[in-house]
Design a protein around this ligand. Structure first.
Ligand code: UD1
Length: 372
């Protein structure tokens, strides 16, 4: 019987990372692959549509945890994944990124002695007020094989005392998915269907607690985006978390559908988002994934955060940190429109082959550990 590798996903940004690893692992006969979905994200627009577009098979196991506070959600995943592990006993668990599902499944696995592979290990914002930073630190501390997407990850893990023998730089699996689907995404002409022309609009996304939880900050940002959209139409797919914050603050009319220049949409599918980002004049976002995608597409990216765990997107890519300060955002917006922006370059190992490197590392790790 080949060793069983379980790939765990739970939230939207996990799905495009899982897809290339699943494909590369299943192309090898040496392992048997199983997909576990925690159910952290569950709206069809945040979940099912990604499985359909990226041809990921229906998960073998669905834990159905849903939303909750950090403690409640993490605890539910931990409890349900542990129960599953006790029954299913995989040889290793592969977790992706930095969401609550990543942390909870890693914790369940380490306590039961199941090997853990962390894909996208080592990223650090050095901002411990971000829930994702805690998820990254703890997941890396308990992982057996740490697969890193950019050089900063190697330095961070060494600094934390993680043995070098556990760490490999493999590149960015999310960019595998981007490169694979870019031609199909372009064919969708998503912007055109919204009445926009290529490079004649910006793409905006916003969902971090630091930007949406405080009504004053949120209101100020919505006013700013409304104003900027008079100069360049902005497409704004609204994350459910943001929609909930907008509604709590009583700002629904500011993101009402039907606005001509600040086009607020329901969450867009993977292919529509890629189609929109590839055709945009600029991207404004607080999403780590979109920062990386903009760097790969070489599109100016105004990163609406004070720090990034993905410094390569600033050093070698097209991202600039602008926080949520109106003056800095306006200044960067002017620079992007005036083409005063670094063009960006190729980022090493963001080459469409990271999934294969991940699969090879997992196979090697299994062969060493199952023997001992
Ligand atoms: C999560 C990740 C974040 C990632 C983001 C991408 C954590 C700590 N955060 O944030 O790193 O950037 O996913 O989307 O894991 N909701 C729905 N439908 C859904 C899912 C969520 O309406 O399908 C709403 C609920 O009100 C929920 C809220 O969004 O309470 C937050 O969802 P949650 O999964 O806790 O975190 P995200 O903000 O989505």
């Amino acid at each position: 019987m080949p060793p069983v590798v379980e790939l765990v996903a739970g939230a939207r940004p996990n799905f495009m990372k899982l897809a290339p690893v699943f494909r590369a692992l299943t192309a090898r006969s040496a392992v048997s692959c199983r997909i576990v979905h925690t159910g952290q994200h569950y709206d069809p627009s945040m979940d099912r549509v990604f499985f359909e577009e990226l041809a990921i098979p229906t998960p073998d196991v669905h834990l159905g945890v849903g939303s909750g506070s950090h403690g409640a959600q993490t605890a539910r995943i931990l409890e349900r994944y542990e129960a599953h592990l006790l029954e299913a006993r995989p040889d290793t668990t592969v977790v992706f990124g930095d969401v609550n599902s990543t942390l909870a499944c890693a914790l369940a696995a380490v306590k039961l002695g199941v090997g853990i592979v962390h894909v996208e290990a080592g990223l650090r914002s050095l901002d411990r007020t971000m829930p994702e930073e805690i998820n990254r630190l703890v997941t890396d501390a308990v992982s057996d094989l740490l697969l890193v997407s950019e050089p900063s990850g190697l330095a961070n893990l060494c600094h934390e005392g993680i043995p070098e023998t556990k760490i490999r730089l493999v590149g960015n699996v999310m960019i595998d998915t981007l490169l694979r689907y870019l031609p199909v995404a372009r064919e969708r002409h998503t912007a055109e269907k919204l009445g926009l022309v290529d490079k004649g609009y910006g793409l905006l996304t916003l969902h971090r607690p630091s930007n949406v939880d405080d009504p004053t900050t949120l209101g100020r940002l919505l006013d700013l985006f409304d104003d900027l959209s008079q100069r360049l139409p902005l497409v704004f797919p609204v994350h459910p978390r943001t929609a909930a914050a907008v509604s709590r603050a009583g700002f629904q009319e500011r993101i009402a559908p039907g606005r001509a220049r600040l086009l607020c949409l329901a969450p867009t599918t993977y292919l529509d988002t890629l189609s929109l980002s590839a055709g945009a004049a600029l991207v404004m976002t607080d999403s780590g994934g979109l920062q990386e995608e903009a760097a790969a597409l070489r599109i100016p990216c105004l990163t609406l955060r004070e720090s990034t765990e993905r410094p390569v997107t600033v050093k070698q890519g097209t991202s600039r940190l602008v926080g949520n300060d109106s003056h800095r955002i306006r200044a960067a917006f002017d620079d992007a429109l005036a083409a005063r922006w670094p063009p960006g370059g190729d980022i090493p190992l963001w080459d469409g082959r990271a999934g294969e490197r991940v699969a090879a590392e997992i196979e090697t790790w299994l062969s060493q550990h199952l023997r001992s």
